[in-house]
Design a protein around this ligand. Structure first.
Ligand SMILES: NC(=O)c1ccc[n+]([C@@H]2O[C@H](COP(=O)([O-])OP(=O)(O)OC[C@H]3O[C@@H](n4cnc5c(N)ncnc54)[C@H](OP(=O)(O)O)[C@@H]3O)[C@@H](O)[C@H]2O)c1
Length: 240
């Protein structure tokens, strides 16, 4: 299989969209470790191990990568997937909520990737995959913190690609649109909001976690060996 012999760490890989990505990586042959704050509450798919870790705490990520190395080998692939959303108009957005989003979605990606680099560079074909969003490039009112964090993640990934390329590591960003899993599913439950955006989807439907998982497998595999610094939209085409 494409990912035989590879160990992948995915933050937030126990529920929502991350769970689908973890499942896809495992189905492609990787040993997968999903890390999050509350792994005891997850129902992870078969073949996916869990470890407790908090992406906002640098030491937690250092410890996570060392534990993965010790127990599973690698890691060869890191998926910085953990994310939160705290919607609200800028004028009313609590500083605490702004801080939580930036600390998780941006600082957390930095802590995750930095902690993984010493292990990724140990063998050829190391992979960094970050998660952005359709609204990292298109402004959505009420989502300033989230949009800003995802825009920054895209640029962070592109810088990583240039720095890590010479070490044999690629860094790419997977940018989902509206996906019927996790926070995407929550958004769709808001009829007024979903009504505003659903008509803009060229595919005429939201994406599935499986469709995102397949793209993650491509980016994690040797098939993407000459793809580096790319932001790959998985949104079915969006006209807004
Ligand atoms: N679903 C979509 O339609 C969609 C669209 C575009 C982009 N995305 C992106 O895809 C990623 C996954 O989203 P999702 O839909 O699966 O969201 P979700 O269902 O809310 O899951 C978020 C995950 O992040 C983890 N997490 C949050 N804070 C963390 C922290 N401090 N440390 C470690 N883990 C933490 C959570 O685990 P614990 O709470 O157990 O720690 C959970 O597993 C996010 O980056 C999101 O922005 C999703």
């Amino acid at each position: 299989m494409q990912l035989d012999g590879r160990t992948a760490v995915i933050t937030g890989g126990g529920r929502g969209l991350g769970r689908h990505v973890a499942e896809a990586l495992a189905a492609a042959g990787a040993v997968v470790v999903a890390a999050g704050r509350n792994p005891g509450e997850w129902r992870t798919p078969a073949g996916v191990a869990t470890l407790k870790a908090d992406v906002t705490v640098p030491e937690s990520m250092t410890e996570l990568m060392a534990t993965v190395q010790e127990q599973f080998g690698g890691p060869h692939i890191v998926v910085a997937n953990a994310g939160v959303s705290r919607p609200g108009p800028v004028a009313a957005l609590a500083a605490e909520h702004w801080g939580e989003v930036i600390d998780t979605n941006l600082n957390g990606v930095f802590h995750t990737v930095r902690a993984a680099i010493p292990y990724l560079k140990e063998s050829p074909g190391g992979r960094v995959i970050t998660l952005s969003s359709l609204i990292g490039r298109r402004p959505m009112p009420g989502a300033a913190a989230y949009c800003a964090s995802k825009a920054a993640v895209e640029m962070f990934t592109q810088v990583c690609a240039l720095e890590l390329g010479p070490l044999g590591i690629t860094a790419n960003c997977l940018s989902p649109g509206f996906i019927d899993a996790g926070m995407g599913r929550q958004l769709m439950a808001n009829e007024a909001l979903w009504g505003r955006f659903s008509g803009a989807l060229a595919a005429g439907r939201p994406g599935t976690g499986e469709e995102v998982g397949k793209v993650a497998v491509f980016l994690a595999s040797q098939d993407s060996s000459y793809v580096n610094g790319h932001v790959l939209n998985v949104d079915g085409g969006v006209g807004w």
